[in-house]
Design a protein around this ligand. Structure first.
Ligand SMILES: NC(=O)c1ccc[n+]([C@@H]2O[C@H](COP(=O)([O-])OP(=O)(O)OC[C@H]3O[C@@H](n4cnc5c(N)ncnc54)[C@H](OP(=O)(O)O)[C@@H]3O)[C@@H](O)[C@H]2O)c1
Length: 318
């Protein structure tokens, strides 16, 4: 007797062709997986997908029931409506892969579609690094979960997909919730706040005090990568052994002032909003396009961008 999974005649349908999808599609195809791209009607990506040589289908028109693995790589706030629009074509035991746990954690997609396997495979890298690590056989890790997948084939499908994507460390087995909360919190507490805006505020202060812009760029923007590389390469103990005495003393002095109870209270508030679902609700009806264009405008008009164009492109990693 055929198992349900043996009934699928097609392998992978990637939904969307944005940042992650481009890297996933290339990596999986290079790993000899059969990849089709599913796009919305009149998608602006249709010509690029064709140019890249991937078969394509239109989500609202074509049948998706024969694909064993659906990989949803569109913005997280679109997952629920996209799955709703194609759910009448779902097959029992189909795998739905997510590159971030957000939509399953907050919108309980696993409860809405209990006959499908909802699997997390979240690469811990931006899209360009997912492709670069694959091409160079460099280290790449991910977070994974099969907690919302009941079928026996899910674990094997996840293992194979991770390998074919180029995940060669782990993946770390976590819950959808832990991946979601961890990812959102670190973006807010450090990665997309303290690092870029700390660099900007530091640059602005040096400039205000008359330090040359070139010097300020190197110290505040370029050196972020050098420090981050050393942290990863050597670990915390060796990192703090390696930095100069002045850097050690100055860092300690600043730490006591910057990491005040106010900052720690802010961290508590940010985490509470993630945990309570307030942040998720705030994303509903939020005008991401407007925020993006405002932020891009702010950075386009800032000297750090000109200095990046002048100096940074020559010093760009790899
Ligand atoms: N970006 C990263 O580096 C990164 C890192 C880790 C995890 N992730 C996760 O990976 C997933 C994808 O993120 P991403 O940044 O790659 O997304 P993205 O680039 O913003 O995705 C854009 C793609 O989604 C399609 N799309 C948007 N709305 C759609 C809709 N309603 N129906 C059908 N297609 C729609 C777009 O279609 P058109 O082509 O027609 O415009 C486009 O192809 C998310 O879950 C994200 O959290 C991203």
């Amino acid at each position: 007797m055929k198992t349900k999974s043996q009934l699928f005649s097609n392998d992978i349908l990637i939904i969307g062709y944005g940042a992650q999808a481009k890297a996933w599609a290339l990596n999986l195809r290079d790993s000899k997986r059969e990849v089709t791209i599913g796009l919305r009607e009149a998608s602006s990506s249709a010509s690029l997908v064709k140019e890249m040589g991937f078969p394509t289908l239109t989500l609202s028109k074509d049948n998706i029931s024969s694909y064993q693995n659906l990989i949803i790589l569109t913005p997280d706030d679109q997952h629920s409506s996209i799955l709703r629009s194609i759910s009448s074509m779902f097959s029992e035991d189909q795998n739905i892969f997510y590159a971030h746990g957000f939509s399953v954690t907050y919108e309980k997609l696993n409860e809405l579609y209990p006959k499908q396997n909802h699997i997390l495979l979240a690469p811990k890298a931006i899209a360009s690094e997912v492709r670069y690590a694959y091409e160079t056989k460099g280290p790449l890790t991910a977070a994974s979960s099969v907690e919302h997948a009941s079928s026996a084939q899910s674990q094997q499908s996840l293992k194979q997909l991770a390998k074919d994507l180029g995940i060669n460390v782990g993946p770390l087995e976590v819950s959808f919730k832990d991946e979601t909360y961890g990812d959102l919190f670190s973006e807010q507490s450090i990665l997309c706040s303290l690092i870029p805006y700390g660099a900007k505020a530091s640059f602005d202060k040096l400039k205000e005090k008359g330090i040359s812009e070139d010097m300020a760029y190197i110290e505040c923007w370029h050196e972020v990568k050098l420090i981050a590389d050393a942290m990863l390469k050597f670990g915390p103990v060796e990192f703090f052994k390696l930095i100069s005495p002045n850097a050690l003393m100055g860092g300690e002095k600043a730490r006591k002032q910057i990491f005040s109870s106010n900052l720690l209270k802010t961290y508590d508030n940010l985490y509470s909003d993630i945990e309570s679902g307030k942040f998720f609700h705030d994303t509903k009806d939020f005008d991401f396009q407007k925020l993006k264009s405002d932020v891009i405008k702010e950075w386009s008009n800032h000297p750090l961008q000109d200095l990046y164009n002048k100096l940074g492109t020559k010093l760009r990693p790899r």
